[in-house]
Structure formats: C-alpha cells, structure tokens
Design a protein. Sequence first.
Length: 190
Amino acid sequence: MTHQELNHLIRNRRSIYPPSFLDKPIPKDVLETILTNGTYAPNYKKTEPWRFKVLRGASKQKLGLFLANAYKSATPQEQFLEKKYQKIIQKAEKSAAVIGLCMQRDPQNRLEDWEELAAVAMAVQNMWLTATQYGIGAYWGSPKAIQKADKIFHLEDGERCLGFLFLGYVEEAMGKAERLPLEERVIWMD
C-alpha cells in the first residue's frame, strides 16, 4: 500500500449505518483478518485489554431483541416509539456481523482505566480501517444497554462492554469525511 493509498483509506473511513448494508455475509476469514488487525493496536504494558464477541446468525437476532427490549424497559410508556423499537431490531438483523467490543482490565491494576480504553479504541480503529479496505461499512454503537451486557455475553471479572461494531458490505464508495482545517486544531511550538 502506498502512502497515498493509506492517506485515502484513513481520510475516507466513516460511520456507515446498517440500513446501507447489503444482504451479503462476511466470510469468516475476512472477519478473522479484521479482528487480527485489531490486536495489533498499541497497548501499554502489553496488556492487550480488548475482548471481542462476534455475533452472526441467531446471536445477532438475540442481540437486536435484547437491545430493543432494553430501550422499551428504559423508556416511559408515553415516550416509547414502536418504530424506534423495530429500528433497533433491524440494526442487528441488517448487519452481516456484530462485534461486541469489550475491555478486560489489567488484573494487577498497573494502568489507568483510560489507557486500557484507549488501547481498545485503537484496536477498533485498526478493525474499522481494515473493514473499509474490504468494502465493509462499520458503525460503533454504545447504547445504554451495554451496562447490562453480562446478560448476553459471558464477561470475566474486570471485563466490561464498550459497545458494538455493526458490520456489513456496502455498495457505494465510502465517501469523504469532513474535517476542520488543520490550522484550527494544531498549534506549532518550535
């Protein structure tokens, strides 16, 4: 990959939501490549805090129903929207795969929590860039229901869910992400 190709990949990665996903499965070897590239993220003290739960088939449907029911139980009846409930179910069903993004704290507590969170976020960025390279759209969702993820995942002591990466092939080009000019976000100190 050339420098230009890498720059293009990074600058064109963006969130793509499940309604844009094609009805096309992601082969297991492609998912394994995406996950493996995630594990090459930097992580202080080599704790490798990421834990991934890959949902396909019936487990995706179970997740969609879990998330929809969590919305329903947390929403006052007068504010509940059946359309939103169905949309939550569809988000999981439309995805070719959903990856539960979990973090395992260092059992020796050698690091600050934010360092472990940053490592998982960098792993997700690696996975997202890899997915983009394969023509797979991705969206990281972190609904309030992640606080109850132990009801759908077996979580070890010190492990918690940080959200879900919804994945699916997309037909159209990824598009260009808009960013403010560099000079509005950088101060050079020579």
